[in-house]
Structures are given as structure tokens and as C-alpha cells.
Design a protein around this ligand. Structure first.
Ligand code: TYD
Length: 197
């Protein structure tokens, strides 16, 4: 099973992906991974990507190639071995940040992923938080976190649109800013259980 976490910066998806991995570890073999990154090669590119300003289309091309490496070398082999793979950000972050946030053509994003044969997750948990609350929580400032509130509102709207378009894959958890970590975790377990029965 392949599960991804999505949301704007500060939406607590990193904490929640760890909590979910701990929960599943009691029963399954779990791989917890993240993007941008997930392989040695992609983690090296991540470091430059999060500080350098490059053209959004170049960034998209890099993200797809990093995702291809990640998919081919880590995610697919783990899924074939029957493991649960939990990934902190995946394809929907590219649609929300590069597409809705930076204005890259959504068709180009989808076509490139199709061309690369990127497998979609089975379940995607979208953590929807108020932009100001999210940005106040975000700790290590990367280049995106220096963008303005309008950019983040577009990114947030992007995630909301994805949830609307793909309800069979995506669960959106709203009002994250009003919940503590254990409430969010319990809601996530309920959502996953509902989808598995
Ligand atoms: P993330 O790992 O969530 O940041 P951190 O853990 O340092 O808070 O993600 C890093 C940034 O990368 C985040 O601001 C969103 C951006 N990003 C994209 O713009 N497109 C993508 O496809 C992905 C995977 C991430």
C-alpha cells in the first residue's frame, strides 16, 4: 500500500507521517520516505533546489526525474515486497506548488508524470490548514516559505481542487489549526480504516 501526505508548509504532515509509520510498524513492514528526495541522488538535488531560484519548468523537470529515481529504486521495490510505503509529499505537491502556485501548465505536469510512468498513491491524506497558521508553524525556512501569502493561498487551493477531483484517492482533513497532533492522527487512522473496509 502506498500512502502520501500532502499540504502546505507547516501543516504537520511530517509529524503525521511519522506517527502513521509508528502505528503501522506494529503490524507491517513500513518504509517512511519523503520528497523532494528519498534516494541519495535526489536528496543531494533537494539541498540545491530548496535554496536556489530556477525557472519553474526546469524545477518541474528536475522534480519528475528525482521522482522517477525514487519510484524506481525505492518505492516500487518496497511495494513489490508487500511493504507499506508512506511518503511525505509526492505528485500532488508538484501540481499544487509548481502548477497552482507558480503557474506551470497543469497539462504539462500531468503529461510528464504519465510519460515517466509515475504510479499514483493508493491513499493521499491532504492536511488543510489556514495559510498564516501554517507559515507561523513552519520552522526551517526554505525558498518557498519566503513566498507571500497569495502564493500559499493558491497552493492551498490547488490541494483543495485535487481533493475535489479525486475523492476516491484523496481524503482532506480540514481545520488542522484547531486540532492537536493526536486528534489529527486519530482522524487519519479513521480515514484510512474507512478506505480499507
Ligand atoms: P518539505 O520537505 O515539506 O519541507 P520541510 O520539511 O523542510 O518543511 O518540502 C520542501 C519544499 O519543497 C516545500 O516548501 C514544498 C516544495 N515542493 C515543491 O515545490 N514541489 C514538489 O513537487 C515537492 C515534492 C516539494
Amino acid at each position: 500500500m502506498f500512502i502520501t501526505f500532502e499540504g502546505i508548509d507547516g501543516s504537520s504532515k511530517t509529524t503525521q507521517s511519522r506517527l502513521l509509520a509508528d502505528h503501522f510498524q506494529q503490524t507491517y513492514d513500513v518504509i517512511l520516505t519523503r520528497e523532494p528526495g528519498g534516494t541519495d541522488f535526489a536528496e543531494k538535488i533537494r539541498e540545491s533546489m530548496l535554496i536556489s531560484s530556477i525557472d519553474p519548468v526546469s524545477e518541474l523537470l528536475l522534480l519528475v526525474s528525482m521522482r522517477y529515481e525514487h519510484m524506481k529504486n525505492l518505492i516500487l521495490p518496497a511495494l513489490v515486497e508487500g511493504k507499506v510505503v508512506i511518503c511525505d509529499r509526492f505528485i500532488d505537491s508538484t501540481i499544487a506548488y509548481q502548477g497552482y502556485g507558480l503557474g506551470v501548465d497543469l497539462k504539462l505536469i500531468n503529461n510528464l508524470h504519465e510519460l515517466a510512468g509515475i504510479r499514483y498513491p493508493d491513499i493521499t491524506l491532504i492536511l488543510d490548514i489556514d495559510v498564516k497558521a501554517g507559515l507561523n508553524r513552519a520552522k526551517d525556512k526554505n525558498k518557498y516559505e519566503e513566498m507571500d501569502v497569495d502564493f500559499y493561498n493558491r497552493v492551498r487551493q490547488g490541494f483543495q481542487e485535487i481533493a475535489k477531483k479525486e475523492p476516491s484517492r484523496c481524503s482532506i482533513l480540514t481545520n488542522i489549526e484547531t486540532m492537536d497532533n493526536s486528534q489529527v492522527h486519530n482522524t487519519i487512522i479513521n480515514e484510512i480504516t474507512k478506505r480499507l473496509v
